[in-house]
Design a protein. Structure first.
Length: 144
């Protein structure tokens, strides 16, 4: 290989390899920059790690971030893919902040949440908790 070709090819290959490392994963929740990222629906800064939510568009793989489960529910209702099971919906566990698959989580009402929808997610069924579908119906019935 000629020296000139080598000096161009190696740095270009390294650049292309590193460029692929900087993007978001194509599945699962992404990192939220607390107090800097804004809610997709209401624009409020996402500050409370116990009530945040994320939805991944099943077609574009773009992740949308929310400060409250209720904002995520209302926003998702207006998306053409809202009923697509490939859409990923993540909620923060209201006890420790770890990410849970929203459709498998349980929701406890009466919580003080950023936008006052009042639902906190938990991993296991708890007294008075409801399923994802039930919580979604209650949020939509409440309105806002």
């Amino acid at each position: 290989m000629k020296r000139r070709t080598f000096l161009f090819t190696v740095p270009a290959g390294v650049f292309v390899s590193l460029a692929g490392c900087g993007g978001q994963p194509s599945s699962g929740p992404v990192e939220i920059k607390w107090d800097r990222d804004g809610c997709t629906r209401c624009g409020m800064a996402i500050s409370d790690k116990l009530y945040a939510a994320q939805i991944r568009d099943p077609q574009s793989k773009k992740v949308y971030k929310f400060d409250d489960f209720g904002c995520a529910v209302f926003w998702s209702e207006h998306q053409p893919w809202s009923s697509d099971p490939r859409a990923e919906f993540w909620v923060a566990d209201s006890r420790d902040g770890r990410w849970l698959e929203a459709r498998k989580a349980y929701f406890v009402s009466g919580k003080r949440t950023p936008m006052a929808y009042g639902f906190g997610a938990v991993a296991e069924k708890a007294e008075g908790s409801v399923t994802f579908d039930e919580a979604k119906k209650l949020v939509l019935a409440k309105g806002k």
